[in-house]
Design a protein around this ligand. Structure first.
Ligand code: NAP
Length: 302
């Protein structure tokens, strides 16, 4: 089935709400103060996850998210208010912030899963760390963080005999990326070339950013498989997957709607069929192809 067909078919059905028990687990979510990240963190708390790491751009945003989640648990019957919330600052526009964040993660008791969810869809060209900001946030810093978390997850895998999951949030819209933009730059110069303000096509930039996410997940998965094969126990130590949450109403598209009344109206029409953020977040844990995160981490079927 074509990418578009698959996307529409997925959007017409509702993913199941995960029902697994995450007692004893520690799970990290980036971009946990808004949209899908916030809903995923609420769900983790409802599923008895012991320690939930809220990685947010500022501690204030993280603390507000924590209060929102606590309120949502106390108003729902199935939740367990005694989950521990750890708020860590993480700004993906800054490589030093990513490194400092990963250093703090070394002090966590264990790490069962990391949901690298934070992302942007920007319409204006800006730079962060010398690269166009969408690329820095969605791709470069996300994979820098993934690389830095892998040794921490390996430590947990060995200590607790678990198979941690590294879930990197992609999007079905990668099929609409202009892949010529990735093919034409000289080898080793893709991100630099795409960061030229005169040539950057910001209308298609978000779509384009999710294509290297998907390709890098595949690359990372093959590297992790090879290194697991070399492990004396011949055991896959970390599972990496690419989660596509479908079209959901969140703050992601906020920069689309800030021009004319007509484009605001078009924007609202375009996201009208979207799922709510909580239904979208179920994709992070529910059965949807092989992408389920919570099912794998809990060892239970959803
Ligand atoms: N919504 C959809 O239809 C859809 C579809 C497919 C894929 N996705 C993906 O789902 C993920 C979550 O998006 P969402 O829809 O939930 O959007 P959202 O409501 O805008 O949430 C995005 C989150 O990422 C954080 N973030 C942005 N820039 C950051 C930075 N530099 N450093 C750290 N955190 C940063 C935001 O923090 P602030 O609040 O501080 O900005 C926010 O917490 C994204 O990867 C997106 O590409 C969404």
């Amino acid at each position: 089935m074509s990418g578009v067909g698959q996307f529409i078919r997925g959007q017409l059905s509702t993913p199941p709400k995960p029902q697994v028990d995450l007692t004893g687990r520690t799970i990290l979510v980036t971009g946990a103060n808004s949209g899908l990240g916030l809903e995923a963190a609420k769900l983790l708390a409802q599923l008895n996850c012991d320690t939930i790491v809220l990685a947010c751009r500022s501690l204030t945003k993280g603390e507000t998210a924590k209060q929102t989640i606590l309120q949502s648990i106390s108003s729902s019957s199935g939740g367990r208010p005694q989950a521990t919330f750890v708020v860590f600052e993480l700004d993906l526009c800054s490589f030093s912030s990513v490194i400092a964040f990963s250093e703090r993660c070394k002090d966590l008791p264990r790490l069962d899963a990391a949901i690298l969810n934070a992302g942007v869809d920007l319409q204006e060209f800006t730079l962060a760390e010398g690269y166009e900001t969408t690329l820095t946030v969605n791709v470069i810093s996300t994979f820098l963080l993934a690389t830095l978390l892998i040794p921490i997850m390996r430590g947990s895998a060995k200590k607790y005999s678990i198979t941690p999951t590294l879930a990197i949030v992609g999007s079905a819209v990668h099929f609409a990326a202009n892949d010529k933009d990735l093919a034409t730059p000289a080898e080793g110069q893709i991100f630099k070339t795409l960061s030229d303000p005169k040539k950057a096509d910001m209308k298609g930039r978000y779509f384009l950013s999710k294509l290297p996410v998907m390709l890098l997940v595949k690359h990372l998965a093959s590297k992790l498989t090879k290194s697991a094969e070399q492990d004396p126990n011949n055991k896959a130590l970390i599972v990496v997957n690419n989660v596509a949450p479908g079209l959901c109403k969140t703050n992601l598209f906020q920069t689309h709607a800030d021009t004319s009344t007509q484009s605001r109206a078009q924007h609202h029409r375009a996201i009208e069929p979207a799922w709510s953020a909580d239904v979208g977040a179920w994709c992070y844990g529910g059965k949807r192809d092989s992408w389920a995160v919570f099912e794998r981490v809990s060892g239970q079927k959803v």
